[in-house]
Write a protein that binds this ligand. Structure first.
Ligand code: G3P
Ligand code: CA
Length: 243
């Protein structure tokens, strides 16, 4: 049986504020093989790591991320209302990549272009990854498949994956035809076992999100998914060790 990798969703976000250096550091300490993170552009064109288009849920700021400069964003607290993490801030993508670069962790960069369009985000992200020499460790994903198309246009060797929540008819054929090597379906696809079988049989890398219950982790690991993307990497690693 193929061993599923454990990817920390927004870092070890069960234990530390999502998408912060604290959460990514903890994911490394817990032994996750990968991290997943979300990227937006600031008003002055910097790549920043935060999930929402807006600041209210996870920081003490208000309004759109894209209407704030990097300096304004980094002055905010990004503790996501978690006690003991008052020093947590919105990191840049560079800061996160530099943090994990010394190891061999994989990095799933989700381009958050599904709701707002960030002109040039794909090019900037690819250039940064290349500058840091991490091309072989990064998988680019997005709900916006045009963004993935742009990544592939800029660098046909970049590893890419389609994110999707709803069923897309024969998505594995559509992905293979476009040179996309990964499928990132939402967890509820476990209820449609035949779809998962199709995905796996296609030979594409299947990484399922967001898998936080041990019974779901077990099921997906037993089915040989390439990765489970979870808020709780420590739990997933424990489940995997007990298989
Ligand atoms: O990349 C998997 C997952 O993170 C996609 O959904 O909303 O958590 O970014 P979301
Ligand atoms: Ca995400």
């Amino acid at each position: 049986m193929k061993q599923s990798k454990v990817f920390a969703h927004r870092g070890a976000s069960q234990y530390a504020p999502e998408n912060t250096l604290e959460a990514f550091r903890l994911a490394m300490e817990q032994g996750a093989e990968g991290i997943e993170l979300d990227v937006h552009l600031s008003a002055d064109g910097e790549l920043v790591v935060i999930h929402d288009e807006t600041l209210e849920r996870t920081t003490n700021g208000t309004g759109l991320v894209k209407e704030h400069t990097l300096a304004q964003l980094q002055a905010l607290r990004a503790d996501n209302h978690m006690e003991g993490f008052e020093a947590a801030h919105i990191p840049t993508l560079r800061q996160v990549l530099e943090l994990v670069r010394p190891g061999d962790m994989q990095v799933n960069i989700e381009l958050k272009t599904g709701i707002l369009w960030y002109e040039g985000i794909e090019k900037k992200t690819l250039e940064l990854v290349k500058e840091l020499g991490m091309q072989d460790r990064v998988v680019y994903s997005s709900f916006n498949h045009y963004s993935i198309e742009e990544v592939r246009r800029l660098d046909p060797t970049a590893e890419t994956a389609y994110l999707f929540s709803d069923v897309i008819f024969e998505v594995e054929k559509y992905a293979a035809r476009r040179g996309v090597k990964g499928l990132h379906p939402a967890l509820w696809h476990v209820k449609m076992a035949d779809f998962l079988t199709d995905y796996l049989q296609s030979g594409l890398a299947v990484r399922v999100w967001t898998v936080n219950r041990p019974e779901d982790m077990r099921l997906l690991m037993e089915r040989g998914m390439d990765a489970v993307i979870t808020n709780d990497p420590a739990l997933a690693l424990q489940v995997r060790a007990e298989l």
